[in-house]
Ligand binder design. Structure first.
Ligand SMILES: Cc1ncc(COP(=O)(O)O)c(C=O)c1O
Length: 410
């Protein structure tokens, strides 16, 4: 069979593949604990439910403008004013089917084949694959061992005449780091002076802990949305735990939004108005739901850190935001059970029925990404199981469901 070489070379998203594996195991009755999943357990905000229900019950669910309904765009403009202190016009905004599609449209619109896009490791799994899909080249900057923040001089060093954009994701999936303000300021300056786009994937911008603020890149440019190289990607998936509603958006100069709209008009026509109504309901409703979610997740982060402290030879930089941590498991990869983070994740799934995501997928081998978006019970039990499977200092017997298991491999 002769198929597209580019499409055939794209692997499945590892996180989505793991979700599927966990779902199948659960269907078979296996008591799987999913520490891989990137979505909170909260219920959809009531204002989102009511707003989408009203749209549905009105019975008028038809095509709407490709770039988003005017009322949702208005709510996004307001979000920009409130959270970015930046006035955007509706023509600076385009709504898509999740921030993932927003990023795809944006990269497709910005890049010619052979253009380069700088990606900062550890990075979200989809950036390099999306860049490759559009024929451009991902250029990865890796931080020094033991840190999750790239050095500015390293970023500056890889800029070439082909560099089109730098993707900055802070708070960061998978490390949970919030990049220092100084780094953000320097990247803005670099981008504005060299004419490179700075794509700020701000999907976790409100999920920050301990009184921290994820400072928007716009703070460091005097230019307005129309003339700046700063582009913001955001959405409702993480902000309100509305992952299934698939609403994301881009705020960018008008010309870019116009081209993205043409691209979207040829591929998706428009985003479902029911889902857009839900997003509008969330954005214009009570924002206390965001704070409630943030507090729950901050508490989960503390529980996770406590549990990890009792794990021999596992080191973890304390996450400052998101709902992920990226502990260093190299001691166990060297020791006995696995030769890579991928093998370690498979080992934990097989022996302890715990889903984790291998660091390799995020450009950081030797680590595992753990999500603490779920329940405290799953977190504590999940880490207990991992300790049982890996830590020689942990008790050698454990109950998983009603099965008593004995560790005989350490
Ligand atoms: C860093 C990052 N950007 C974008 C997305 C995509 O968000 P959405 O669900 O709105 O497509 C995710 C989802 O996991 C993410 O972690």
């Amino acid at each position: 069979m002769s198929l597209s070489q580019v499409a055939s070379s794209i692997p499945a998203s590892p996180t989505i593949a793991l979700n599927e594996e966990a779902r199948l195991l659960r269907e078979k009755g296996e008591p799987v604990i999913h520490l891989g999943i990137g979505e909170p357990k909260n219920k959809t905000p009531i204002t989102a439910i009511l707003s989408s229900a009203a749209k549905l019950s009105g019975g008028d669910v038809k095509y709407v403008p490709t770039d988003g309904t005017p009322s949702l765009k208005k709510a996004i403009v307001r979000y920009m004013e409130d959270n970015y202190n930046r006035a955007a016009a509706p023509y600076n905004v385009i709504v898509s089917d999740g921030a993932k599609q927003s990023l795809w449209n944006l990269l497709f619109t910005l890049c010619n084949p052979q253009d380069e896009v700088i990606v900062l490791a550890p990075y979200w799994v989809s950036y390099p694959e999306m860049i490759r899909m559009i024929g451009a080249i991902p250029v990865v900057v890796t931080p020094e061992d033991g840190t999750f923040v790239p050095r500015f001089d390293e970023i500056e060093r890889v800029v070439s005449s082909y560099t089109k954009a730098i993707i900055v994701n802070s708070p960061n999936n998978p490390s949970g780091m919030v990049y220092p303000e100084e780094l953000i300021a320097k990247i803005v300056e670099l981008c504005e002076s060299k004419g490179i786009y700075m794509i700020c994937d701000d999907i976790y911008n409100k999920l920050v802990f301990d009184g921290r603020v994820a400072v928007p890149a716009y703070k460091y440019t005097g230019k307005d949305v129309e003339n700046s190289k700063v582009i913001v990607v955001n959405g409702v998936a993480k902000l309100y735990g509305m992952t299934g509603f698939r609403i994301g958006w881009v705020t960018a100069p008008r010309k870019l939004v116009e081209i993205m709209t043409n691209v979207q008009s040829q591929t998706t026509t428009c985003v479902s108005p029911v889902m857009q109504s839900a997003a509008e309901g969330a954005l214009t409703g009570m924002q206390s739901v965001v704070e409630a979610l943030r507090l729950t997740i901050q508490n989960n982060r503390d529980v996770l850190m406590q549990e990890l402290h009792t794990f021999t030879d596992v080191h973890c930089i304390k996450p400052q935001g998101t709902f992920y941590a990226l502990p260093d498991f190299r001691a166990y990869i060297r020791k006995s059970v696995a030769n890579s983070s991928a093998e370690l994740a498979q080992f934990l799934l097989k022996k302890a029925l715990v889903v984790t995501v291998p660091g390799k997928e995020f450009g950081i081998e030797g680590h595992l990404r753990l999500s603490y978006a779920g329940s405290v019970k799953d977190l504590t039990e999940g880490i207990e199981r991992m300790k049982w499977a890996l830590d020689p200092n942990a008790p050698s017997e454990i109950y998983i469901g009603d099965r008593k298991l004995v560790r005989d491999w350490l």
